[in-house]
Write a protein that binds this ligand. Structure first.
Ligand code: NI
Length: 250
């Protein structure tokens, strides 16, 4: 159930039965030689939509550009400043809160967003309490869930990719985009098969240490079939976490 595919009357009816909404948040940044620039936004969006169907929840528009300063050494990468992302999240949530939404569940596709999203939640709580002085039983609550988190997802990653999963341009995220968008699957020579790992300092240093953009991964092992297994497992986990979140009243 996508917010953007509803009429205002349908949203009003939905609010009669639920105050919850799922908001996907991703990033627009290089994902190695066979990963799409939009990988993090595509994964967050498809998993939010799937989880929204499973949990009969409204799904809002995707925040497509996140915190990606360290990827700016690669063509096509985009970033916003933390203060910009905080302002975007604040304004999305307060817009929806005006209509009666009270439970905001962000499905995140990018590790680099986590600290800023949590800071945005603090801004929102401060603004909401100050501006509206809402009753305690009608509190506004925000939650962040990374689509790749949880025991079932970690076990699946271990089983399918083992040490080739990596930490950027991961085999599983590339597989999920291949399942989501089979027409965009790239063929590329990936060498060495598994990328190096380690720390980096800023965009130029990142590119020097990880010349094709990957960290620790071998995304040549990705297939749409493997992507479907990650998708199915993730939407079940995310839907369960969402349902628990909106059911919590204490
Ligand atoms: Ni990613």
């Amino acid at each position: 159930m996508l917010l953007q595919h509803q009429t205002w009357q349908e949203v009003e009816r939905y609010l009669g039965r639920s105050k919850g909404i799922i908001l996907p948040i991703g990033s627009t940044e290089q994902h190695g030689p066979n990963g799409l620039i939009g990988t993090d936004a595509i994964c967050a969006e498809i998993i939010a939509k799937g989880a929204g169907e499973a949990a009969e929840a409204m799904v809002g528009p995707t925040i497509g550009v996140g915190i990606a300063v360290h990827h700016m050494g690669f063509a096509g990468s985009m970033t916003v400043r933390p203060s910009t992302l905080i302002a975007i999240i604040h304004d999305y949530v307060l817009s929806l809160a005006r209509h009666g939404f009270r439970r905001f569940f962000f499905v995140n596709g990018h590790g680099g967003n986590i600290a800023t999203v949590q800071a945005a939640f603090s801004e929102i709580y401060a603004a909401f309490e100050g501006a509206i002085g809402i009753r305690r039983d009608d509190e506004l609550r925000c939650r962040l869930a990374n689509w790749w988190d949880g025991k079932a997802m970690h076990d699946l990653s271990k089983e399918i990719f083992g040490d080739d999963e990596g930490s950027h341009a991961t085999a599983s995220e590339v597989a999920v985009t291949q399942y989501a968008l089979p027409d965009t699957i790239k063929t590329a020579v990936i060498a060495p098969p598994r990328a190096p790992t380690g720390r980096f300092h800023g965009p130029a240093d990142y590119r020097r240490r990880f010349p094709d953009g990957r960290i620790g991964s071998n995304p040549s092992l990705a297939t749409p079939e493997k992507g479907k297994r990650f998708y199915d497992t993730s939407i079940a986990e995310v839907a369960k976490t969402y349902t628990t979140f909106i059911g919590e009243n204490e």
